[in-house]
Design a protein around this ligand. Structure first.
Ligand code: ADP
Ligand code: MG
Length: 503
């Protein structure tokens, strides 16, 4: 089986400055919350939206003498994610303390993996258009704890802290600087989200902060990136700025656009880019400095003495590999090569795992293209219009499959099938039974169709004369016959009969 459909890389985004052209170079550090009921080092719940401080174990609150205990399931989730990104799994990894003081981090340090991450180099194929995709290299994935939440707007004199999120497991997925434009950056995050949702390793709910990205942006002259690629030498690239904590694909794109133009203006003015951390303000559409490199924290990383190095066995990893579901790229290739779908349609159907599963139920044992057509055009079209998803679709996969079966058997025409879909949508029911009960079956009885054709011809002598002179006008008769039979006459049979009678 193909690894992926063949593709070529998109052109990098070029921004015209006042003096010259510039190219963008972008690398992302994505924080993905591990889908797990319990936290990384405690049994406390990870449930979202609970009463403040109701999901806090003693170790999350850093009570003296409490010790962290690694959650095996979270480790398995990180390994699964690594395998999904075709990455190297490190059988030995280790946890370090990243020391800093903040009220939402009662330990005074975050447990993370700096020196020995659990996952090493991998890759993600980011589709931009049919046949156009960017390969983005993954540098590493490490496991770490999330912090809690400080609340400053509840009281004029006091701040509060909610430790429910403290200690929840995060995967930090670090890309190489291989992303070359704002759309690609958004598509990259979307692809990571898609893969992790297929795997069930992250819910990918960006509004809830399930998935957030630190976006590193630099600009360089055309050709510089290619020199970096050839040599691996970062000095060919421009100095980067990091935009922290982005949780919207739209804002990621806007922030990159703004940041690139800001850097270009400085460079063309003869200035230098200072490496710094910036924040994006969506209301003003601009990034502003949060801290410069000089102010950067010295985290005094050191191996956490409370935790032994994490050793996992190759057999355990193999077991996880054996339990992997089909991933979006593989599914897409299969839809194209085995079901004959266009790459575009296959992309639409595999975008969300729930949609792909629904489509597969509709397509099972049926014509793939026809199933795709009904799912994309009729069902998705309608769901979109009404703000619904396949999970709460009024028409089930079995019902939609039933409609397609009735068309295939010749019981109903495509036009009647749309009426049937409408009935299923509003009233529900069994497609075959509805067609039977409401007399929607297509008339294939040639005698009955011929009778209708004869009646129309007899009633319209003037039209008949015109149609004999100009065969293109025969369509009018076909339309009349279909109308007279309530759309139930087999259109092919009507066409043929009309043509014969008029010739
Ligand atoms: P650090 O050593 O400070 O952690 P890294 O080299 O590991 O920095 O990079 C951190 C992130 O910044 C990575 O996602 C990487 O792809 C990105 N990055 C590095 N250099 C650049 C650059 N010149 N332009 C844009 N992004 C960059
Ligand atoms: Mg680094």
């Amino acid at each position: 089986m193909l690894d992926h459909l063949t593709y070529t890389a998109p052109e990098p985004k070029v921004i015209q400055g006042a003096k010259q052209d510039w190219e963008l170079v972008i690398g992302l550090e994505v924080h993905a919350q591990v889908a797990s009921n319990a936290k990384l080092f405690s049994g406390a719940s990870t449930g979202f939206g609970a009463e403040p401080n109701s999901h806090v174990a003693f170790v999350d609150a850093a009570m003296p003498g409490m010790l962290p205990v690694i959650n095996e399931f979270c480790v398995a989730q990180a390994v699964k994610t690594g395998l999904g990104l075709r990455a190297r799994i490190n059988l030995v990894s280790a946890f370090d303390r990243k020391n800093y003081f903040y009220p939402d981090l009662p330990q005074g340090y975050q447990i993370s993996q700096l020196y020995h991450p659990i996952v090493g180099e991998g890759e993600v194929i980011v589709d931009m258009a049919p046949g156009v995709a960017r390969r983005v290299r993954i540098e590493r994935i490490h496991l770490e704890q999330d912090a809690g939440k400080s609340i400053h707007d509840m009281d004029p004199n006091m701040s509060f802290v909610d430790l429910n999120r403290t200690g929840v497991a995060l995967m930090e997925i670090v890309s190489r600087p291989d992303i070359r434009g704002p759309e690609e950056a958004a598509a990259y995050v979307a692809k990571l989200r898609q893969i992790m949702r297929y795997l069930g390793t992250c819910d990918g709910n960006m509004q809830n902060g399930n998935l957030r990205a630190d976006v590193n942006v630099s600009v360089c002259q055309p050709g510089a990136y290619e020199r970096y690629q050839e040599t691996g030498d970062h000095s060919h690239l421009g100095t980067r700025c990091e935009i922290k904590n982005m949780n919207s694909l739209r804002f990621i794109q806007q922030a990159i656009e703004y940041e690139a133009r800001r850097q270009i203006a400085i460079l063309e003015d003869g200035g230098k880019i200072e490496q710094e951390t910036r924040l994006y303000d969506p209301d003003r559409g601009e990034t502003r400095s949060m801290r410069s490199k000089e102010e950067a924290h010295d985290y005094r990383y050191f191996p956490d003495p409370d935790l032994l190095p994490l050793e996992i066995e190759q057999e355990w990893v193999d077991g996880i590999a054996a339990s992997m579901p089909e991933l979006p790229d593989e599914k897409k290739v299969r839809f194209v090569t085995e079901l004959g779908l266009s790459e575009y349609d296959a992309g639409v159907l595999t975008a969300e795992v729930e949609n792909a599963n629904f489509f597969e139920q509709v397509a099972a044992g049926r014509d793939g293209k026809q199933a795709a057509n009904w799912v994309i055009n009729e069902l998705f079209g309608r769901l979109n219009k009404e703000g619904l998803t396949v999970e709460n679709s009024p028409v089930s996969a079995a019902q939609l499959g039933g409609v397609i079966d009735l068309i295939a058997k010749g019981d109903i025409s495509g036009k009647i099938a749309k009426d049937l879909f409408e009935i299923l949508w509003t009233e529900g029911g069994d497609p075959a039974a509805i067609v039977e009960e409401r007399g929607m079956k297509q008339v294939t009885d040639l005698g009955a169709i011929e009778k209708a054709v004869d009646e129309i011809i007899a009633a319209n002598p003037a039209q008949v004369e015109k149609a004999k002179a100009n065969p293109k006008l025969a369509g009018w008769f076909v339309g009349q016959v279909l109308k007279a039979t309530g759309g139930k006459a087999n259109p092919a049979a009507v066409n043929e009969l009309v043509a014969r009678k008029l010739s």
